[in-house]
Write a protein that binds this ligand. Sequence first.
Ligand SMILES: O=P(O)(O)OC[C@H]1O[C@](O)(CO)[C@@H](O)[C@@H]1O
Length: 538
Amino acid sequence: MSVGAAMWDDLRNRAEGVRDRRIAGLLNEDRARDFAVEACGLHFDYAKTNIDAETRDFLIGMTEAAGLAAARDAMFAGRPINDTEGRAVLHTALRNLDGGRVMVAGQDVMPRVLGTLARMEGFARSVREGPFRGQGGRITDVVNIGIGGSDLGPAMAVQALAPWHDGPRCHFVSNVDGAHIADILRPLDPGTTLVVVASKTFTTAETMTNAETAKAWMAQDVRDPTAQFVALSSAPDRTSAFGIPETRVFGFEDWVGGRYSMWGPIGLSLMLAVGTEAFRAFLRGAAEMDRHFRAADPVGNMPVMLALTGIWHNQGCGYATRAVLPYEQRLARLPAYLQQLEMESNGKRVSMDGRPLNVDSGPVVWGEPGTNGQHAFYQLIHQGTRIVPCEFMVGARGFEEELTHQHRLLIANCLAQAEALMQGRTLDEAKAQLSGRYEGAELDRQAAHRVFPGNRPSVMLLYDRLTPDVLGAIVALYEHRVFVEGVLLGINSFDQWGVELGKELARSLEPVIAGEADAADKDASTAALVRWLRRHGA
Ligand SMILES: O=P(O)(O)OC[C@H]1O[C@](O)(CO)[C@@H](O)[C@@H]1O
């Protein structure tokens, strides 16, 4: 089943038909209530979009045409829906603490999932409370070496859950740029540092290079350089070749995709930071979102409705990007996390059958926490010629009891931005503000700069406080949103062939840059760039 070209045309025509309709004119109390979904401790509001009841019905009709319910059930049932890699997609099993059996190829995977979780918990406790010690004493610092899905999730979540952070300090090294690992390791004591090498494949060039650097750093100072190494990986042969014994390897199956992996072993750094209870709460929040996604009707289904606002804005209205704007400093890394989740999943050019998509793929996702973004790029969001649908989020309360006045300011800013985007400011209003200062043509000219076109759509996600379960629910919400959008687009959201070509070419260029191979098979531009870099000492 799929969404046919005619239906996409219909969607675009509907969007075109309401392009000039004022969103503010749609608003009333009924809409404020009906164009919102409440679930899992979250409140999602899409009243400030140009979606009306008829469009919503049409969008839901698209999910039916795409066979969303069957696709969702196939994912949860462990069918190999990632069919370019021949794999099931079951990151949801990693958080299925109380949910019973999950079958893959006739086998229940839950005993193994829960067994690995118990091993992680045992290890985390022994690092946090003893007896696991470094060769120089109790572990004070954890260095997580990983990239992409083996970095972004835990790095984002450790920062997000800072109020729960009572374990060792956590540092994240991802970039192959030696500056990254050098800056992180410089102040640390090898004798009290635990190195967590996080790599599903254990072949990723950046991670393996950094892991060797960390091993050499250890070797300068401690007797056994890998005794304080842990591996999180699906490749036990390679972890043991690296020198990490089985007892310190936490494995997971190929049905956990890298960007969906923070719920299992890849979350170990988070567990070391916040402890086992908070980690379980994080899993439970996500599992609650899974249940909601499976059970709720489309119109009351938060991931479905979040996805449909995305489809409306991107494929319907033609807005090429979307901004994620958490008014929550501790979610500073959420936009980067979502960039991988959304763009690696839905940035594809062909559908499942290998034919070119008959519609644009997923949007460019970007963002920064508020209020910082306001003083950087909101100028373009309010007055630029391109429209950027904005996804705001904010909690009712922070954790700094003595700073509630600052939190109120934060909320006020968040709501004000959404209001300003929708309302705008007319030329007459701008002129009224300036009257007395300018007149005639100069008044018109000055006022033109102060006009806000308005009618710019946004959605809002509210929560009480950023607790571990709320964070779990938010991340799972976005995972399922990506899934729904992928199903509507008819693509495989779970492979990532687009990252391979660059990796291959980097491998072939390295010896050229080192002067060990010539640039004969390189294009003239690349060869000239290599020559310049070599002349300058590369
Ligand atoms: O965990 P690994 O195997 O090192 O992979 C890291 C990342 O690299 C990618 O494969 C892309 O290159 C991501 O999908 C993944 O999250």
